[in-house]
Ligand binder design. Structure first.
Ligand SMILES: [Zn+2]
Length: 404
């Protein structure tokens, strides 16, 4: 299966041919950059999770760059070069209809994520926070974080780009750079961007508007005038009520003006009260009882027309923001070991992550479109098959169609 997915990368995405254009900043390189990049791609596709695991196999050591070489070169790999490869993969995937719209729309989602929290491992680009300590001595926790922008999908999401959040910088500052770059590099990838309450920010809304895109953000802050106004209106008007699966929705939809000074235009506020009935164990531990859980959501958007469809569709689109947590961060951390630090330097962390997301994007497409075997029911099983074949190989670099 390892050879099959590598062949898929070559046949559909020219992956290694494109990676051959990526450079690094070594002055007199003895080993070609593509050899290092191929090694990292093999590590990610075989889901090895560490540089040392890469050498626990039957492959001749002469074929592989050493652990220290991979780590050292990763410090100066061109991130823009890797991003170009990601963009190439996206263009092919979109042209071949491997990326499908979600609920009839191309929707992007943005959020921040934290990696490598440690009290001991740190570098000059680490962010730090003070920990509570009972003994009077201050302890710090060091970590890196990045913002990510993905495309929502029915079966899988597609990661477009990531941007590091530097020490002393807010998630919004990093995301602003990310959104600007994605709008330039992927001008027609999406029409709507969804973010959490942090993205209810006039600067972000205006940036998207200047790129002919719309925004949806969660409204959480009770102090905001918009929140108060929406709550007042909810008391005065009747909601639309509908049921979807085990959840009953009460939804209000308003246009509100003059309540967001920073933005200065009318916005639409969607309020959803969702009651889900669950079957839980009764207190006696023998029988079951029904329990209702109520959650309240509010979103603000500048999509004033009916392009989101009816209210049911609109609420589903607003909830698709969860995909970045579930299908992107949780899955890549739990299944793909995205939190592992292969090399602790600012450049290497982002380089490894960008390459990982390229591999995961291709893997998801490969699973959805190429795997017809009904025995393969889960991602984990397919990954185990890929890994097993990787460990059985005696030669590796013959798979790469470039002389290295
Ligand atoms: Zn660090």
């Amino acid at each position: 299966m390892f050879k099959r997915i590598i062949k898929y990368c070559l046949k559909h995405f020219d992956l290694f041919e494109k990676l051959a254009y990526v450079t690094d900043r070594r002055i007199k390189p003895q080993i070609l950059t593509i050899k290092i990049l191929s090694a990292i791609v093999f590590i990610h596709i075989a889901n090895l999770g560490s540089l040392h695991s890469f050498f626990q196999n039957n492959i001749s050591a002469k074929e592989l760059p050493s652990v220290s070489t991979i780590a050292r070169v990763a410090d100066s790999l061109s991130l823009d070069g890797i991003r170009e490869v990601g963009s190439h993969v996206y263009k092919i995937a979109r042209a071949k209809k491997m990326i499908e719209p979600y609920m009839g729309q191309y929707i992007a989602i943005v959020d921040g994520h934290e990696i490598t929290t440690s009290q001991y491992c740190k570098c000059i680009h680490c962010k730090k926070r003070k920990l509570k300590s009972g003994k009077g001595t201050a302890k710090y926790q060091y970590y890196h974080s990045f913002s990510a922008l993905i495309l929502a999908g029915e079966k899988y999401s597609f990661v477009l780009d990531i941007e590091p959040i530097a020490p002393g910088e807010s998630e919004i500052t990093s995301s602003y750079r990310l959104i600007k770059r994605v709008c330039k590099n992927y001008p027609r990838a999406f029409k709507i961007l969804i973010g959490d309450a942090l993205y209810l920010n006039a600067k972000i809304f205006k940036l998207l508007e200047s790129c002919h895109k719309k925004a949806i953000a969660v409204l959480k802050e009770k102090r905001r005038q918009l929140f108060e106004e929406a709550n007042k209106l909810s008391l005065l008007t009747e909601p639309k009520i509908y049921a979807d699966s085990k959840t009953t929705y009460k939804v209000w939809d308003y246009t509100i003006g003059n309540c967001w000074d920073g933005y200065g235009k009318d916005v639409r506020v969607i309020v959803s009260e969702e009651t889900t009935t669950k079957r839980v164990h009764a207190r006696d531990g023998k029988s079951w009882e029904k329990k209702s859980v109520v959650t309240n959501w509010m979103w603000v958007t500048n999509i004033m027309d009916s392009s989101l469809g009816d209210l049911k569709n609109t609420v589903r689109i607003c909830h698709s923001r969860w995909q970045i947590e579930n299908k992107c961060f949780n899955e890549t951390v739990n299944t793909w070991k995205a939190d592992h630090i292969y090399r602790h330097s600012e450049n290497a962390i982002i380089a490894f992550l960008l390459l990982l997301f390229i591999c995961v994007n291709i893997f998801n497409i490969f699973l959805a479109r190429n795997i017809k075997d009904k025995k393969i029911k889960t991602k984990v099983y397919l990954i185990a098959q890929i890994k097993a074949e990787f460990y059985s190989l005696k030669r590796l670099l013959f798979l790469v169609p470039i002389p290295i």
